[in-house]
Structure formats: structure tokens, C-alpha cells
Design a protein around this ligand. Structure first.
Ligand SMILES: Cc1cc2nc3c(=O)[nH]c(=O)nc-3n(C[C@H](O)[C@H](O)[C@H](O)COP(=O)(O)OP(=O)(O)OC[C@H]3O[C@@H](n4cnc5c(N)ncnc54)[C@H](O)[C@@H]3O)c2cc1C
Length: 362
């Protein structure tokens, strides 16, 4: 079996950024982008191209100011091969085509990022890595379809997925008023000066509620208990913010809306036997944590209690196993943005290249 210099696992901004840097450093990366046909990937939101492939416009990724839809279409046609262009053609052609100016969408950006990596020679396999053996070098990786591959260095960039409540009505309005990221979506016009609902009781929920209070008319922070789990300082922040209204002992039982207007309200059910309540709301933000995609590592890399891969050196992407690097949301519970994921993807490729050079392997 031939041994790859570097294998990249994942297909979000971290993976493609790592692939571009690794390919340009002549590491001839092999990327496993995930299995598009495995049903669980579709259900969990872990199909190829990562989390951005699940969203609409991305307004905060540098270098993509809003542009005319036709110009974006011309760019896609020029940058992508026909089969990949076909996956984004609906933005420019046919009944669902946009008109006027807009920011690039997540799915377009991820097709462009993937193509950039391919243009520099990255080989891409559309399958999942389901198991790894990092106990000895070269490292061995096992794919869902039964292949075994080996590599001198590995970059884990498998991301994380947002946890949602799990209601069918919530699912219906994802990207149409339901979100799991206030920093990503909070500034969108649809959420401005409207009542918004945040679900959760930890630090993240308070942070999301505080952030949204800059835009919303009022933020209802819905928590199933009568006391927040958040740290004292964060609790104070929520409880002293005049725009945040606590909804204690409550869970969202239903999300209301229409296809045209998106979310228009929610039903709150009591966790202590009280009556249900209907709230008008222009959006609902789930702030009940993320699940890092690390189950396939099965204890081979040191992870924290939630499952995030631990970086072992400050400002480096080193992990507990020498020669294995981690990039993006899979190791970052704090920032979770496309641009930070792309940044750490670059760092992981540079770390891998330097480490391989030190080993005399590159
Ligand atoms: C709805 C939504 C909207 C968002 N909007 C914005 C925004 O506007 N701006 C912004 O900056 N950020 C936004 N984010 C956050 C941003 O998408 C993430 O921070 C970013 O995508 C993380 O990139 P990543 O490369 O670490 O991993 P991810 O994007 O999570 O991609 C990892 C991918 O790797 C693949 N993978 C996982 N496991 C395996 C495996 N075992 N084998 C092979 N492949 C595997 C899967 O395809 C997985 O999806 C949004 C997130 C969501 C969910």
C-alpha cells in the first residue's frame, strides 16, 4: 500500500484551506470529503461541503461583498467544471433564480473552495473515514466503503454540527427564521427590530441573546429550568439586559410560520405543568450546544468532555498524537466561524509541512 504524505479528513472551509496550502507545498494531499449517499450524513447535516453548504448568504467571509447575481453566475460558470456548476445553477437559472445584488451563498463558496483545492492538485475521495489507527506511523485510516489508506501526517477537519431541538416545524424553517448562529445570522434584515427567541440556558445561550439584543425589539430567553446554567457573570449579563426577557421552566413545543414569511412565532410549553403560551417572534435561535464530528476517532486523539479535539500547543494545530493536526470547528468550541476555520486549516497545513520536513519526510 502506498503511503500518502498527508491525508485531510473533512470538507468545510478548514479542510479546503488546508488542502490549498498543502497542495501548494507539494504535499499532494488526499482529502476525504465525506460520503454524499450515507443517509446519516444527510440527517445529521454532515454531508460533503460542511456546515456552510446548509446555509444561505454568507455576509461575513472576507473578499465576497455583495455582487450582481448574474456576475456571480458568470464567475461560477467560469470557475467550476460543468458537474459542479450544475449543483449551484439554480441560483442563476430557472424559477428559483435570484435577482439583483446579493452576498455569495454558503453552497457556492464551498464549491469554489473545493475547486480551488482541486486546481492545485488535491485528490478528493467522496467517502467517510469511519475509523483510524493513530497508534503507530504511518497512520492507518479506514473508509466507509472498506478501503484502507495510510499517511505520514493527518489533518482532522471534520467540523461540528449544531444541536437543534428536533421538532419537524423547526426543521421546516431552518434558514427561514430558525438558526443556530447569532453571529452568522443575527444582523440579517429579517431579524431586525423583531421579537426573537433564544433556546438554552448556558453561556452560549446568554451570549447569543446578548448579541441579538442589539438587533431585536426583545429577546425571549427560553430555558427549561428556573435557573440558568451559565456562569454567574453571564447570568448577570442576561438578567440585567432590559431587552432580554427570561421565559423560565419552558420549552419550545412548536415553531409557527409560513413559507413566505418564515418564522412568525413559537409555542412555549411549561416544564412544570403550567399552561402553554404563544409568542410572536421573527426568529428562533437554538443555543443548545454543538456536537463535534469526532466519533470516528474513538479515543485515538485526546478530546475534551464534549468531544472537541484538544490542541496541545498554544497557537499551533498540534494534537495529542505527533503528526496528527486538527483544524476548524472540530477543535474550536469558541469561535466557530468559516473564516477562523479557514485560518486554522492554513495553520494545520503549515504545521504538517514543517513537521514532515523535521522528520526528513518532505
Ligand atoms: C446554518 C449555518 C449558518 C452559518 N453561517 C455562517 C456565516 O454566515 N458565517 C460564518 O463565518 N460561519 C457560519 N457558520 C459556521 C460555519 O459554517 C462553520 O464555522 C464552518 O463551516 C466550520 O468549518 P469546518 O471546516 O471546521 O467544518 P464543517 O463546515 O463543519 O465541515 C466539516 C465536514 O467534514 C465532513 N466530515 C465530517 N466527518 C467526516 C468523516 N469522518 N470523514 C469524512 N468527512 C467528514 C462533513 O462533510 C462535515 O460537514 C454557519 C453554520 C451553520 C450551521
Amino acid at each position: 500500500m502506498s503511503v500518502e504524505k498527508v491525508i485531510i479528513i473533512g470538507s468545510g472551509p478548514a479542510a479546503w484551506s488546508a488542502a490549498v496550502y498543502a497542495a501548494r507545498a507539494s504535499l499532494e494531499p488526499l482529502a476525504f470529503e465525506g460520503n454524499p449517499f450515507w443517509d446519516e450524513n444527510r440527517i445529521n447535516g454532515t454531508a460533503p461541503l460542511g456546515q456552510l453548504n446548509l446555509t444561505t448568504e454568507v455576509e461575513n467571509f472576507l473578499t465576497w461583498p455583495s455582487a450582481d447575481n448574474a456576475a456571480l453566475g458568470a464567475f461560477s460558470k467560469s470557475a467550476l467544471p460543468p458537474d459542479k456548476y450544475a449543483e449551484v445553477a439554480h441560483y442563476y437559472e430557472g424559477k428559483r433564480a435570484h435577482s439583483g445584488k446579493r452576498a455569495a451563498s454558503g453552497p457556492e463558496m464551498m464549491q469554489w473552495a473545493r475547486q480551488q483545492a482541486v486546481n492545485f492538485g488535491t485528490r478528493v475521495v467522496s467517502d467517510d473515514i469511519v475509523r483510524v489507527d493513530f497508534s503507530k506511523r504511518p497512520f492507518t485510516l479506514f473508509t466507509r466503503d472498506g478501503q484502507t489508506v495510510q499517511a505520514k501526517a493527518v489533518i482532522v477537519a471534520t467540523g461540528a454540527r449544531a444541536n437543534y431541538i428536533g421538532l419537524p416545524s423547526e426543521d421546516r424553517f431552518k434558514n427561514n427564521g430558525v438558526s443556530a448562529c447569532a453571529v452568522c445570522d443575527g444582523a440579517l434584515p429579517r431579524f431586525r427590530n423583531r421579537p426573537l427567541v433564544v433556546v438554552g440556558g448556558g453561556d452560549t445561550a446568554v451570549e447569543e441573546a446578548s448579541y441579538l439584543s442589539k438587533f431585536a425589539s426583545v429577546v425571549y430567553l427560553v430555558h427549561r429550568r428556573d435557573k440558568l446554567r451559565a456562569s454567574q457573570i453571564m447570568q448577570n449579563r442576561a438578567l440585567t439586559n432590559s431587552k432580554i426577557m427570561m421565559k423560565w421552566n419552558s420549552v419550545v413545543g412548536e415553531v409557527f410560520g409560513t413559507d413566505d414569511d418564515g418564522v412568525t412565532g413559537v409555542q412555549l410549553d411549561s416544564t412544570v405543568g403550567g399552561p402553554s403560551e404563544k409568542l410572536d417572534a421573527g426568529g428562533m435561535f437554538a443555543a443548545i450546544g454543538h456536537t463535534p464530528n469526532t466519533a470516528f476517532l474513538k479515543g485515538q486523539l485526546e478530546c475534551d468532555a464534549v468531544g472537541y479535539v484538544k490542541w496541545t500547543l498554544p497557537f499551533r494545530t498540534y494534537t495529542s498524537v505527533e503528526g496528527v493536526f486538527a483544524a476548524g470547528d472540530v477543535a474550536d468550541a469558541t469561535y466557530r466561524q468559516a473564516i477562523t476555520a479557514a485560518g486554522t486549516g492554513c495553520m494545520a497545513a503549515l504545521d504538517a509541512e514543517r513537521w514532515l520536513a523535521e522528520q526528513g519526510e518532505h
